[in-house]
Write a protein that binds this ligand. Structure first.
Ligand SMILES: C[S@@+](CC[C@H](N)C(=O)[O-])C[C@H]1O[C@@H](n2cnc3c(N)ncnc32)[C@H](O)[C@@H]1O
Length: 211
């Protein structure tokens, strides 16, 4: 698997952590393991690096990249909301530092069938953890108008959330919205482009898009 992701502010993040060679560090959003690898390289055999991600592709790529580090490495496929339990499972009650690089990886966006991109036409999916059954298709086709408005407004910071939700509810009465392309066309007809906000489909259905 070709997992491409350029880590943001790599030098700054690692320098801010001030890594202790024997410390315990946590990367709660492993992705392509760029931050984790830079931290791991500063740890010795007495150190421990714990990496978490919900996405199986990220875990596979990270295991490969982190192999060969001197420190102990634990990778866990989970939501970081389960952090307490994960630390308990490893008998860790104190850590020296943690990274949360919140958002979507380039790999998730660039892999068309994951359904994150507004630039590639693919089934509406957007699941970070594909063990879960709820997809973006379910949200778009089955959430009521108020719920959609709230999602677009609160998570996508979309000014025209109500207008977009109303258009989706009208369109899906005729036929279900199945693909990112169908949703993008609908949003383009409904939500005006703002000067600095980029493509309006970036903010619907409420995930960021880094292109
Ligand atoms: C921006 S990428 C991280 C990139 C990483 N720092 C690097 O240097 O390669 C964000 C990652 O966080 C994961 N993620 C997002 N929300 C999560 C959550 N609640 N629990 C676990 N992982 C999550 C995504 O699957 C994605 O792989």
């Amino acid at each position: 698997m070709d997992f491409k992701h350029t880590s943001v502010m790599l030098g700054e993040v690692v320098s801010a952590l001030n890594v202790k060679p024997n410390g315990i560090y946590l990367d709660c959003t492993l992705g392509g393991a760029g931050h984790a690898l830079a931290i791991g390289r500063r740890l010795t055999s007495g150190g421990l690096l714990i990496g978490i991600d919900r996405d199986e592709d990220a875990i596979v790529a990270a295991r490969e990249r982190l192999a060969g580090l001197a420190c102990a490495v634990k990778t866990v496929r989970a939501n970081f909301s389960e952090l307490d339990k994960i630390l308990d499972d490893f008998s860790v009650d104190k850590i020296d530092g943690a990274v949360f690089d919140l958002g979507v990886s380039s790999h998730q966006i660039d892999t068309a069938e994951r359904g994150f991109s507004y630039m590639k036409d693919s089934p509406l999916d957007m699941r970070m953890d594909r063990r879960q059954s709820l997809t973006a298709r379910d949200v778009i086709n089955f959430c009521d108008e108020d719920r959609l408005t709230k999602i677009f407004r609160d998570y996508g910071e979309e000014r025209f959330a109500k207008r977009a939700a109303a258009a989706i509810c009208r369109a899906r009465k005729i036929s279900p919205i199945e693909t990112t392309g169908e949703l993008v066309r609908l949003i383009e007809q409904t939500v005006p482009r703002t000067k600095n906000g980029g493509h309006p489909a970036k903010r619907i259905p409420g995930k960021s898009h880094r292109s």
